[in-house]
Design a protein around this ligand. Structure first.
Ligand code: 9J3
Ligand code: ZN
Length: 264
């Protein structure tokens, strides 16, 4: 069909296409040594192998406290195969706190768009961040620091800062009902509530899940993350159907909150 949206990539989505282990794009990867960069700890870039569809939006993803890139690696090919350049990073030290992780996510995006081998494949105006735990707290810090980001997805986030009135980036927060490290009552839920009520924002609480659920392949995280990134990084309203109305309570979703329909 003739796409009116210049950022639309890939075929029309379906429940099965957003739940699939891989999307329509073959994925290549290149590793970035910590010795070759400043401001973050290196990582792996996953990207659609073909250049036939033009440029793509890009995201950087941070692991949590004491964790490495490997703990979030499953998201690299899962998201890149849907049509994004995805940079899973290591932090400078595994003990870095959320504000530092936010700055490192931004340094990684700057490297990706400015210096990386795939920079010509990226649309510099369509960038986002994700992260697990302190990396999820860091995603909120990155969005606060850089309002031009188009999407943020904190996964079972942890942060001492609970209020996010400065954020202008559409934000999808995943909590886990059984999280005892970053309990939703003191982390994910107040972070959601602390975002501006006028913002495109959502909160999905994973059912029967723990703090570490985002560290392995998870179709609920994948399908709603793909939809959020497509909707807000690609402006692709074909994915709005998976976000609004909000997902109902189910075997996989314990609770959902958000504004529907979206405003941006
Ligand atoms: O990144 C995380 O897993 C944060 C949770 C944590 O261990 O905080 C304790 C300081
Ligand atoms: Zn900062």
């Amino acid at each position: 069909h003739a796409a009116a949206n210049p950022y639309e990539r890939g075929p029309a989505p379906s429940q099965s296409s957003i739940e699939a282990l891989r999307g329509p794009y073959s994925v290549s990867e290149t590793s970035v040594s910590s010795l070759s960069v400043t401001g973050f700890g290196g990582g792996t870039i996953y990207y659609p192998s073909s250049t036939a569809d033009g440029t793509f939006g890009a995201i950087a993803i941070s692991p949590g406290f004491t964790a490495y890139e490997s703990s979030i690696a499953w998201l690299g090919p899962r998201l890149a195969s849907q049509g994004f350049v995805v940079f899973t990073i290591d932090t400078k030290t595994t003990l870095d706190q959320p504000d530092s992780r936010g700055d490192q996510l931004l340094a990684a995006l700057d490297y990706l768009t400015g210096r990386s081998a795939v920079r010509s494949r990226i649309d510099n105006s369509r960038l986002g961040v994700m992260g697990h735990s302190m990396g999820g707290g860091g995603s909120l810090e990155a969005a606060k620091d850089r309002p031009s980001l188009q999407a943020a997805i904190p996964l079972t986030p942890w942060n001492l800062d609970k209020t996010w009135p400065e954020v202008r980036t559409p934000t999808l927060i995943f909590g886990a009902d059984g999280d005892t490290v970053a309990p939703v009552s003191t982390h994910a839920e107040p972070f959601y509530t602390g975002l501006p009520s006028s913002l495109d924002r959502a909160y999905l609480e994973l059912n029967n899940a723990t703090h570490f659920t985002p560290n392995s392949s998870n179709t609920t995280i994948a399908k709603y993350s793909i939809s959020w990134l497509k909707r807000f990084i690609d402006n692709d309203t074909r994915y709005e159907q998976f976000l609004c109305p909000l997902p109902q309570r189910s075997l996989t979703i314990a609770e959902s909150r958000g504004n529907c329909p979206h405003t941006s």
